[in-house]
Design a protein. Structure first.
Length: 743
């Protein structure tokens, strides 16, 4: 068992410990020889796209882009361990339910299709043709196609995603919830009406030119480690790095590059020049304060505003109203701190604003994002070199999946083109997002749940209700690489369909195939796996979708099996339907791929009125409670995938059930550091409790707590959603603590 301890971490992020941890990850997966070969291909022009995160690659590459958490992601896929039919024969589903997420993950790669056998409560082998037939029978028996739900996680390639949404729409529904619904949905929902695009407006080049980078609610040291190298270079040339985060994150403070031998010997770079710790959910107040100070100083870019924007006068009047006391109380930053940050913004001629889950997972996320964009517009910081909006996406192809039409509310124009290209009439009614899908399954209105990747049972909010919803289904199907909770929380019938990972050779009739992905900055490029498949029985995701479509839609005019013989054929069809992909196959040939473009970056505003819109927002009403809890990632996890039990930068080893708390709050509660507590969330439909969490004192404001997801997902109320975007508010859960009575 790993050692359990709490010991503050003194070193910079990265450095020798990152190398050691990477080696340990490869060792524990027994992937050493193979893992290293694989790593050399990560994020190379002719290699595979790292399945870790959506941060773009530097291009052209000098050496391989090392990243500790990239190594963990690759090692987890290249693991030597296998989940075989014998494994399932040994363990019943009820028994596996007792395994924690870490132990499930450690079992290794899935090797052949399995079906749930209710009589024995075991998964038993099933052939691929029988599996597709079983799904086809269930889908064809539904009273309406809308009784099926098709989830996508963001690792799915463009080719698989495009075929998948086409199949689902030919089948007849827009029920396409995806992980975006729990992630960056508010970024798209906020930016699109304002500047006409829902994607970031910057490229990596802008990071080399920015005079200031403002980072809101993001922990790149763990979740986008390759971003640290950009921040380091920026810091060295004097760029101001201004962080807004309730928690002091080591990865935003100091960095030693594990790629550079000199830095391993103690050299390190300070990253954040200014670190502000607002209260959880206080960012809208903070940004309102910053905007007001810029206006009071007359720092707006009047020419840009006159030429490009609408709504400025009403916006100004709104922002200048209200009291500073409210801004300070809600934001948790003093007027002096706000003035200091505003001064940096005023002094910078090119500012980038980045944000992550600390901004998107609140009730008022869309409003906060629009205020961030207002802040940028105020000084013309969109569409000039070194400046712009940078929502930092999570899954490595989550942005591409949306581009390919994985969207429960597709545009009319997209559906028109899709229908025309493939000779059918796509359904027009909007489909279910993640939370609507849970509600539909719970109510018996949805009966089949199909997932292309991910771990819905663990990632979704309100674990108890999500599980009840999945269990009510007639059929649940999981297309996955590794064993996870969603295989164990299943419908009356259940199937596991194991697929190739991105690091593996994908051999089809015309030879080995590459797939494409789009990163957080709209670069589209090829990804080719190098490793032999984890098992000879695996199919690629495009092949699974095509064979499923063939079985479900015998009358379809789409040549499903012909398309997957050569993925270039799929790309030719994408080029016909999706904006920006003309001449797709040829443009892919460029090393590093091609840039999709971004109209806001060119100051073309595809909005109502044709201008960039200032959109004011009042301070939100935050839930009243003893504490607000944010559910975050540890350093050793990838979403619901728990690789290890340490969170090195936060000084936690061997524990996952921890709750970070301010020292003064402890005193107020009469509790001790190291005491065990139960956490109860309070919502209008009742209370939810998770038991036995270790209190750990940390540098976090009073009234704020942090814990890991998914252990705390049972606390996230199904109805606590972002306005408009409907993203679960998993960063601002109203809770109270009580001494744990359990042993
Ligand atoms: N290794 C690794 N890489 C990953 C992932 C992973 O799990 N592991 N997940 C991937 C995915 S899908 C995503 S979406 C991204 C997630 O990457 P992040 O957006 O960094 O996600 P979180 O770990 O949830 O961290 C949220 C950060 O926001 C801060 N925060 C929380 N609430 C607030 C608030 O109210 N205001 C402010 N200003 N800050 C707040 C927290 O202290 C924390 O530092 O990473 C991707 N990359
Ligand atoms: N409380 C709380 N809840 C959250 C969040 C939070 O911050 N707090 N974050 C939310 C966010 S940002 C996101 S994106 C979601 C993530 O939700 P999901 O994307 O659903 O979850 P993951 O944990 O990324 O999925 C992991 C599983 O994907 C499968 N997998 C891995 N690689 C592949 C592949 O190449 N192909 C296929 N088919 N399967 C593969 C493996 O079987 C693995 O077990 O969770 C959300 N839930
Ligand atoms: Mo995400």
């Amino acid at each position: 068992m790993p050692e359990k301890k709490i010991a503050p971490y003194g070193a910079a992020a990265g450095g020798l410990d990152a190398l050691k941890a990477s080696l340990a990850a490869l060792q524990s997966q027994q992937a050493l020889g193979k893992g290293f070969i694989t790593l050399r291909q990560a994020n190379q022009p002719d290699g595979f796209d790292c399945p870790g995160c959506a941060w773009p690659d530097r291009n052209p590459h000098s050496s391989f882009e090392f990243c500790e958490n990239g190594v963990k992601a690759v090692a987890a896929e290249a693991t030597a361990f296998r989940v075989t039919r014998e494994f399932f024969a040994r363990h019943s589903v009820s028994e596996l339910m007792q395994f924690d997420d870490y132990t499930l993950e450690k079992q290794g790669r899935l090797t052949e299709p399995m079906r749930y056998d209710a009589a024995s409560d075991h998964y038993v082998p099933i052939g691929w043709p029988e599996a597709f037939d079983a799904i086809a029978r269930q889908l064809q028996a539904l009273a309406s196609p809308d009784e099926a739900v098709f989830y996508t996680s963001g690792r799915t390639s463009n080719e698989a995603a495009f075929l998948y949404q086409l199949f689902i729409r030919e089948f007849g529904t827009n029920n396409l919830p995806d992980c975006s619904n729990m992630c960056h949905e508010p970024s798209g929902a906020g930016m699109t009406p304002q500047i006409g695009v829902g994607k970031g407006t910057v490229t990596l080049d802008d990071f080399t030119r920015a005079e200031a980078i403002f980072i809101f609610g993001q922990n790149p040291g763990t979740n986008h480690p390759r971003m640290l190298a950009e921040l380091r270079d920026a810091a060295r040339r004097g760029c101001r790095i201004v962080v807004f985060n309730p928690l002091r994150e080591r990865g935003l403070e100091r960095f030693a590059d594990p790629k550079h031998p000199l830095q391993l010997l103690g050299g390190e770079t300070a990253l954040a020049t200014h670190y502000y710790q607002p209260r959880i959910g206080g960012d809208l107040a903070v940004v309102r304060g910053l905007i007001r100070m810029v206006l009071e100083a007359g720092g707006e870019d009047a020419r840009f505003i006159a030429e490009h924007c609408s709504g400025f006068e009403a916006f100004r009047a709104d922002v200048m109203s209200g009291s500073w006391d409210e801004i300070e109380a809600q934001g948790g930053l003093s007027r002096a701190q706000l003035a200091e940050a505003a001064r940096i913004y005023l002094d910078s001629e090119a500012t980038i604003v980045t944000w992550g889950m600390g901004i998107t997972q609140h009730r008022h996320s869309v409003a906060t994002i629009q205020m961030l964009v207002n802040l940028l517009l105020l000084r013309g910081n969109i569409g000039k070199p070194g400046a712009g909006a940078c929502p930092v996406r999570g899954h490595s192809n989550v942005q591409g999946d949306r581009t390919m039409g994985i969207n429960e509310r597709p545009s009319e124009a997209f559906l028109d083109r899709l229908g025309q290209a493939f000779g059918f009439t796509p359904p027009r009614a909007p489909g279910h997002d993640v939370v609507a899908a849970i509600e539909a399954m719970r109510a018996g209105r949805a009966k089949v749940f199909f997932a292309l990747g991910g771990n819905f049972a663990a990632a979704a909010p309100d674990t108890e209700q999500t599980r009840a919803a999945l269990r009510r289904c007639e059929l649940t199907v999981q297309v996955t690489t590794k064993l996870n909770r969603s295989h164990l929380v299943h419908g009356r019938q259940a199937l596991i369909l194991p697929c190739l990972g991105r690091t593996e050779v994908d051999l089809q009739a015309s030879g080995p195939q590459g797939v494409t992905v789009e990163d957080s900055m709209s670069m589209v490029h090829l990804s080719r796996g190098m490793n032999p498949p984890a098992s000879p029985h695996l199919l690629s995701e495009p092949a699974i979708v095509a064979r499923l479509a063939q079985a479900v839609l015998p009358a379809s005019r789409t040549p499903w099996l012909w398309l997957v013989e050569d993925y270039a054929r799929i790309r030719d069809r994408i080029a016909e339907v999706v904006d920006g992909f003309q001449d797709f196959n040829r443009r892919l040939a460029a090393p590093g791929g091609f840039y999709l473009g971004n109209s806001a970056r060119e100051r073309r505003w595809q909005t109502e009125g044709g201008r960039a819109r200032f959109m004011p927002h009042p301070l939100p009403t935050l839930p009243a409670a003893d504490f607000r809890l944010m559910t975050v990632r540890s350093h050793d996890q990838y979403n619901t995938t728990v690789y290890g039990l340490d969170d090195r930068y936060r000084g936690v080893y061997g524990h996952r059930r921890v709750c970070f708390i301010n020292r003064d709050d402890l005193a107020r509660l009469g509790m001790q550091d190291g005491e065990w507590v139960d956490i109860t969330s309070i919502w209008d439909d009742g209370e939810r409790t998770v038991k036995r969490f270790l209190l750990v004192v940390h540098d976090i404001p009073q009234g704020c707590l942090a814990s890991y997801f998914p252990e705390t997902n049972p606390l996230v109320p199904l109805g606590a959603l972002a306005d408009i975007a409907r993203t679960p508010a998993s960063k601002s859960i109203p809770v109270r603590l009580s001494r744990s009575t359990d042993e």
